[in-house]
Design a protein around this ligand. Structure first.
Ligand SMILES: Cc1cc2nc3c(=O)[nH]c(=O)nc-3n(C[C@H](O)[C@H](O)[C@H](O)COP(=O)(O)OP(=O)(O)OC[C@H]3O[C@@H](n4cnc5c(N)ncnc54)[C@H](O)[C@@H]3O)c2cc1C
Length: 538
């Protein structure tokens, strides 16, 4: 009974917080489980914020493809090719964020197998057509679209578990990944947002709610299959194409070829403790100070995040600590007591429960009250109840705790969003994910994911509802840039390559640090003509 009340309290908190960007990593993106159907056509704001379209044409083109050439490509593929004018085109060309609805690819190939991918790449090379691989479509910069050919991998999805490993189609979305694994009592660490694709997530790292125990998603790849620019289907592992294998674990999506499947190490998916705690905003400075000394140094079994979120015209911002614990409720409580002691007060709204692994992943996805089928976009599953959403994101890593001055700057940044003339229903804030544990036990050069010394990473986000005025969205974007700027003295200068940020000028260093030189060598070996390119391509 007490647990039921706790759950209801949490669900109320979740519903209230969805608009303010709380609860889960995805709630500031895809919305909570109560979200309505998919968004309609591009809004005034999406037109105002759309990126420069696509990628440059690939080299060595002989001539542009004619309609007959496109038709021939369609006949050569076992999966469908969607072209402008086709009934399916409007939906097929969409990414997750409606900001990118104005992009118009010349074709979207839904590849069913590696051979289809190789056929697409032969076409791309022959005609010099720009190309982009697409999985979940969550690129923050829209770089899984192009003016040329999108190679969509979502028809290559599914989870096959054998013993303690799982082979997963590169087009599998996270909710289906967790569901497929859970059916066999297994788990792999991954991100929160249910519609994020396993390919984009894994290629750039993959930070999630059990990362401190089990590492990044990419740390758990044992092998993968990739079609490189020359059309070759290659298996990569520590013993085969090991340089490409290294690069595909953190080197970022879209750089080295089109991945068609991954084989992961898996873990038992037992019960897991979930917790969500909030304090009055007046306690925020003490809670932040306590959290940053607690979460990155806790036992690996504990993972936690810290969200600060504001809404234009809101009374006060919200502060929430969430997390998971691999162990008993009692042991989790003992850990949380240390946080309360350091913060000087217990949370005003505590929620803690033990639940199944799959349900925990649904809660973290913002799908607490939805079935797996419902936890999709309607275009992905007829029962889907999630909506697409717009968001700007920037990131940081912190290798030192924030000083009291840094905490003051952080609070001032969040509070200033309250006074901004942002869109009605908008949110702005920052989410910190605790690191340490298994993530930091891997050497920075062991895989392409270099960020192995941080206490926590941060994501600065701002969201707005469809149809918001462009001027309000522009002010939100400016707020985010200035908030991020104000934190320069405290952050490490590194940025998360999966939160691609077109405004970063030093992205090579920020995403890849000392690993960039080796990534560049791998690029030269497997894609010397730069068939795969985009503004921040290796
Ligand atoms: C709402 C939201 C929530 C998020 N939550 C998390 C989180 O909890 N943890 C986390 O770590 N990250 C998170 N992310 C970031 C996410 O990991 C990245 O945006 C990731 O790149 C998305 O992958 P995708 O397949 O969905 O996107 P896509 O846009 O399809 O792809 C992203 C990039 O990878 C390339 N790519 C796609 N498929 C392939 C392929 N098969 N082979 C080679 N390249 C490919 C694309 O060309 C593009 O450059 C989140 C993002 C959003 C928008």
């Amino acid at each position: 009974m007490a647990e039921d009340q706790g759950r209801r309290a949490f669900l109320r908190l979740a519903a209230a917080a969805a608009g303010a960007g709380l609860v889960s990593a995805c709630s500031h993106g895809s919305g909570s489980g109560t979200a309505g159907p998919a968004a309609g056509p591009a809004t005034s704001s999406s037109a105002a914020t759309a990126p420069a379209a696509g990628r440059a044409a690939t080299p060595a083109a002989t001539r542009s493809p004619s309609p007959a050439d496109w038709a021939a490509l369609g006949r050569d593929l076992s999966g469908p090719l969607v072209r402008p004018g086709d009934a399916a085109y409007t939906v097929s060309k969409r990414l997750f964020d409606p900001r990118f609805d104005s992009l118009r690819p010349a074709g979207i190939a839904y590849c069913r197998n590696p051979h289809d991918v190789a056929t697409c790449l032969a076409f791309v090379r022959k005609f010099g057509v720009p190309v982009a691989a697409r999985c979940g479509g969550h690129s923050y910069a829209g770089w899984s679209s192009t003016s040329g050919l999108i190679i969509d991998v979502t028809r290559m999805s599914g989870v096959n578990v054998s013993g303690s490993t799982a082979t997963v189609g590169a087009g599998t979305r996270l909710v289906d990944f967790y569901n497929g694994l859970a059916a066999h009592g297994r788990a792999v660490p991954g991100g929160s947002c249910p519609t994020v694709g396993i390919a984009g997530l894994t290629l750039g790292g993959g930070v999630g709610v059990v990362s401190r125990a089990y590492g990044l998603t990419s740390d758990n790849v044992q092998s993968l299959q990739i079609v490189t620019a020359d059309g070759q289907v290659r298996t990569c592992s520590s013993s085969q194409n090991s340089d490409l294998f290294w690069a595909c674990r953190g080197g970022g999506g879209g750089n080295f070829g089109v991945v068609t499947s991954f084989t992961f190490r898996t873990y038992p998916a037992g019960e897991i403790v979930l917790f969500f705690l909030s304090w009055p905003w007046s306690q925020a400075a003490r809670v932040i100070s306590a959290w940053q000394s607690w979460a990155p140094h806790a036992p690996d079994a504990l993972w936690s995040n810290l969200h600060l979120a504001a809404a234009p015209g809101g009374a006060v911002p919200a502060i929430q600590v969430g997390g998971t614990f691999l162990g008993s409720l009692g042991a989790a409580s003992a850990q949380l007591e240390k946080l309360y002691a350091a913060a000087g007060s217990p949370p005003s709204s505590p929620f803690m429960e033990t639940t199944s692994w799959l349900h925990a992943m649904l809660v973290e996805a913002g799908c607490a009250s939805l079935t797996v089928d419902q936890c999709h976009l309607p275009t992905q599953n007829p029962a889907g109840q999630l909506a697409r959403a717009s968001e700007y994101a920037k990131s940081d890593y912190f290798t030192k705790p924030l000083s009291s001055h840094g905490i003051g700057t952080l609070l001032a940044g969040v509070e200033s969003f309250q006074r901004l003339a942002g869109a009605s229903g908008a949110s702005g804030g920052i989410a910190f994910d605790a690191l340490g544990g298994a993530v930091n036990r891997v050497a920075p050069g062991a895989t392409a994911f270099v960020h192995r010394d941080a206490l926590f990473q941060a994501q600065y986000t701002t969201t707005w509802p469809a149809g918001s005025a462009a001027a309000a969205v522009t002010r939100q974007h400016a707020w985010q840039q200035s908030f991020w700027q104000s934190m320069r003295p405290y952050a490490s200068g590194q940025a998360y390559q999966n939160y691609v940020d077109p405004a970063l000028t030093n992205w090579r260093q920020a995403y890849y640090g000392a690993n960039y030189a080796r990534l560049s060598q791998v690029k030269g070996t497997y894609d010397p003509d730069r068939v795969f390119t985009f503004p921040q391509a290796v």
